[in-house]
Design a protein around this ligand. Structure first.
Ligand code: CA
Length: 227
């Protein structure tokens, strides 16, 4: 499980990260709202731990922005004790859970396990739809009407990312992060290769969906009838 923690209290964030790492989680830290949002948008995390009061961009705005961009990563909000309004706003904005600060790391670990379980329950019903296509990211099957094909893992991850953005542009950098992770020297042309393979499979299925290239910006899903 890969966790993103967005928290400006560095000492506290690092202490929590150490405990999580000991419990076999992979943890990335962001110390301000803008960096946190950038990381979150990469959609490579299983859970995001999000503080509300942050420099540059507050937690609630980050959460709204993530949900607006189709990122459905479970979010645990960190609130100061007694800030009931923040909790309500957070849950309304799409948070999955919240914790009052200061908290005990045992409680955080319990909540992470609970969210992890909920995520694996969702897996059974995780079919993604866009236009006339249906992708099952767990079996890698791509369906269009009565035609079906099987994608490679990378093609499926790429299509999943494009579907979740609902027709909005996905940058090459985002794709590289999602398919190969941060610590990678994957080149742009590897993205182009997978885009071109996926295009061929969509064409084989006679799908009305295609991958549009926006030069210098990235890729987006479009429908041939322009809807
Ligand atoms: Ca803070």
């Amino acid at each position: 499980m890969r966790i993103l923690m967005i928290e400006d209290e560095k000492y506290m964030a690092e202490a929590v990260a150490q405990v999580l790492k000991k419990n076999n989680y992979t943890v990335d830290l962001a110390y301000n709202g803008e960096d946190g949002l950038d990381c979150g948008l990469s959609d490579i995390y299983d859970i995001i731990i999000l503080d509300i009061m942050l420099p540059k961009m507050d937690g609630i705005s980050i959460l709204k922005e993530l949900r607006k961009n189709g990122i459905e990563t479970p979010v645990i909000l960190l609130t100061a004790r007694g800030e009931i309004e923040d909790r309500v706003r957070g849950l309304d904005s799409g948070a999955d859970d919240y914790m009052s600060k200061p908290f005990h790391t045992d409680e955080l670990l319990a909540r992470l396990r609970a969210l992890g379980r909920r995520k694996s329950e969702l897996i059974n019903d995780g079919i993604l739809k866009y236009g006339d296509i249906e992708l099952n990211p767990y079996t890698l099957q791509l369906q269009c009407g009565d035609k079906e094909t099987v994608l490679t893992l990378k093609e499926s991850q790429l299509l999943e990312l494009l579907i979740k953005r609902k027709g909005m542009i996905v940058s090459k950098e985002n794709i590289i992060e999602k398919l190969w992770g941060y610590d990678t020297d994957a080149e742009d042309n590897r993205v182009e290769i997978h885009v071109s393979l996926l295009r061929k499979k969509l064409a084989q299925l006679d799908s009305g969906i295609y991958i549009h290239t926006i030069r210098g910006a990235g890729y987006a899903l479009k429908t041939k009838d322009g809807k």
